[in-house]
Design a protein around this ligand. Sequence first.
Ligand code: GRF
Length: 206
Amino acid sequence: MTKTVILISGRGSNMQAVVQADIPNLHIAAVLSDNPQASGLAWAAAQGIHTAALNPKDYPSCADFNQAMLEMVSAHAPDLVLLAGYMRILPPEFCSRFANQTINIHPSLLPAFPGLHTHQRAIDEGCCLAGCTVHFVTDKLDCGPIIAQGAVPVYDTDTADTLAARVLKIEHQLLPQAVADFAAGNLSIHGKRVHNRRTAGEAGQD
Ligand code: GRF
């Protein structure tokens, strides 16, 4: 079983997509947050999943909060840490503790538009395509080895909100599939490239 901790900061629709995918060999041990008001926490609790939140305001410094979060996650001894809309930058200690075991979903076609406001930036740059990226997390923000990407068109009439809604639909497909591939042992990291035994097999590369 791949013991998984999911970190969220808000509504948690990607977390819900992973839970509802009912992925073989995946056990969701906890959904944790840096935001006690995150609506995704209530949803996860209603599914019978253990939930907990730490409020950064309760800690004297960001470093203290990060240490507490690292300890809370570590207490579950997860095989996989999933960042599903977790809006904080993980400290290097977290990245190295869970190296090659932490996966993030980012709402752009990386390496374009790391960081925030990705949809508006894609519109402002006149991109014809936008999308999302599932990647392993390293201590370089939004730069880790890419597991999967999905693209959608950008229309002349798009706002950041309409584009975000179109991208979110494919996030909900891409993330559960990437987690399923991790849990099935299909992923191996070779430098910046992730080899996926399933997709390589389907493409006749194996
Ligand atoms: C998603 O767009 C995800 O790519 C980004 O934050 C958003 C979270 O949405 N990292 P949700 O909380 O999963 O609904």
